[in-house]
Design a protein around this ligand. Structure first.
Ligand SMILES: *[C@@H]1O[C@H](CO)[C@@H](O)[C@H](O)[C@H]1NC(C)=O
Ligand SMILES: *[C@@H]1O[C@H](CO)[C@@H](O)[C@H](O)[C@H]1NC(C)=O
Ligand SMILES: *[C@@H]1O[C@H](CO)[C@@H](O)[C@H](O)[C@H]1NC(C)=O
Ligand SMILES: CC(=O)N[C@H]1CO[C@H](CO)[C@@H](O)[C@@H]1O
Length: 410
């Protein structure tokens, strides 16, 4: 749908030995199953094995590892060196997610970017990798992590992941490639949000099969149960559907994830009406009833600052609209003892929007008792000249907003 630029391979081609960090196994994998010297093939899940350093003390593979601010932050996401993180991944040890960071004194736990591509080409299912869809590029993650961003939301399509239905077998190839992206992010020390970008629908029909949805989530969470830096996002932007269905589907996802043994991770739930923060208290108040045995629910709300809140214009309503649009939701989170995250936000590259964006981020920071962070919409290799593109090095919004946003990194 956008210009086909910067396509980067995520997994290695079929060569004699897998290179550092390359895929080396998994259902359907036909490439190398051994790794170059110094690396060992380690199973991540049924669908993906990766060449990881043979010892925990192996020198970090890329410069991003040393550029994270190890000495100043209390956040494990940023203090842990890459080699240690890689080793953690290799041994698949699930540990409690890091506490709030304090490097910039924001009180926020996360600041990051949506990384699009896996959900592109929705008119072509399953579609072809590299033509209809793509996954985030490693170099983008390296760049953004080095700047302090520590959370990336990675959309995918359920119809590609589970082509025969919610309870059907997953596509080994799609899950393997998706897993490679997710593991790249978490190995770099950041959090990765698994985002079925489906708007509460499957093949265009509103999903209401709670048992099937629970099974889908149990299958997906099983593949990531050992990775504590993974976050599960039940679904992108439910809209125009029955409010009880939204409640029940979120609860089914939570129950499926925990039933998979994925107990250390946060779960992001979304609401109806595109999960808008500005309409949250008039639409989604029933979602306060969601329960989680691990008590790690985070309410993910989205907020754009154009007149209809759709995120389709670079004109912001006013210089204060950001703070205004999240104020009711802030009060709701506080009144109900809940945590929240702005899972998508953006504004045009102009001074009015910049003031509005800063105003919103300042409100998140001032209310970090309930707000855990925010994620810009959006990065990804195929955005081209999109008004909100946060793709380094020259995306419109990256060029304009990077210096502002990173000041809010944990
Ligand atoms: C997975 O990625 C490889 C390239 O690394 C590509 O050849 C393959 O077509 C991809 N498959 C899917 C389903 O994404
Ligand atoms: C559930 O979804 C199916 C398929 O879209 C639809 O036919 C059915 O009417 C829905 N049931 C309810 C109770 O909404
Ligand atoms: C704080 O903000 C600066 C930019 O203002 C950024 O470079 C840095 O990565 C942020 N995080 C920390 C922990 O200092
Ligand atoms: C409006 C916007 O860009 N936010 C979104 C996050 O995911 C997809 C992109 O594929 C958009 O359609 C969503 O609305």
């Amino acid at each position: 749908m956008r210009s086909l630029l910067l396509i980067s391979a995520l997994a290695g081609p079929a060569i004699a030995q897998g290179s550092a960090w390359a895929q080396c196994g998994g259902v359907g994998w036909t490439g190398a199953t051994t790794c170059v010297s110094g690396y060992t093939c380690v199973k991540s899940n049924e669908y993906y094995s990766q060449c990881l350093p043979s010892t925990a003390t192996t020198t970090a593979a890329s410069t991003l590892k040393t550029s994270t601010k190890a000495s100043t932050s209390t956040n494990a996401a940023t203090t842990t060196t890459a080699s240690t993180v890689k080793a953690t991944t290799a041994t698949a040890t699930a540990t409690a997610p890091a506490a709030s960071g304090s490097g910039n004194g924001t009180g926020l736990t996360w600041l990051g970017v949506n990384e699009s591509g896996g959900e592109f080409g929705q008119g072509s299912i399953p579609g072809a990798y590299g033509t209809d869809f793509i996954f985030p590029s490693d170099s983008t993650i390296d760049t953004l992590v080095a700047e302090g961003y520590n959370i990336f939301r990675v959309p995918f399509l359920m119809e590609r992941m589970a082509p025969s239905g919610l309870t059907g077998t997953f596509s080994a190839a799609y899950l393997a490639n998706y897993t490679a992206s997710i593991e790249y992010i978490t190995s770099a020390g950041a959090y990765a949000v698994l985002d079925p970008h489906n708007f509460g629908r499957y093949n265009g029909a509103i999903m209401n099969d709670t048992a099937g949805f629970q099974t889908f989530w149990k299958t997906l969470a099983t593949a990531f149960a050992d990775n504590a830096k993974v976050i599960f996002d039940t679904n992108n932007e439910y809209h125009d559907e029955d409010q009880t269905v939204v409640l029940n589907m979120n609860q089914a996802a939570i129950d499926g994830i925990r039933a998979a043994g994925a107990t250390s991770q946060y779960i992001f739930v979304e609401g109806n009406s595109y999960s808008g923060a500005w309409t949250w208290t008039t639409v989604n108040t029933n979602l306060a009833a969601l329960t989680d045995t691990e008590d790690k629910i985070v309410y993910e709300m989205h907020q754009y600052l154009d007149s209809d809140g759709s995120g389709t214009s670079d004109v912001c309503v006013s210089s204060t609209i950001g703070a205004e649009r999240i104020s009711d939701a802030t009060a709701w989170l506080q009144a109900n003892g809940k945590k929240g995250i702005i899972g998508e936000f953006a504004g045009g590259a102009n001074t009015q929007c910049k003031s509005a964006i800063v105003g919103m981020l300042d409100q998140l920071k001032a209310n970090s008792d309930v707000w855990m962070g925010a994620m810009w919409w959006g990065g990804g290799p195929w955005w081209g000249d999109y008004i909100y593109s946060f793709e380094p090095p020259s995306g419109v919004a990256y060029s304009y907003y990077d210096s502002v946003l990173k000041g809010y990194a944990p």
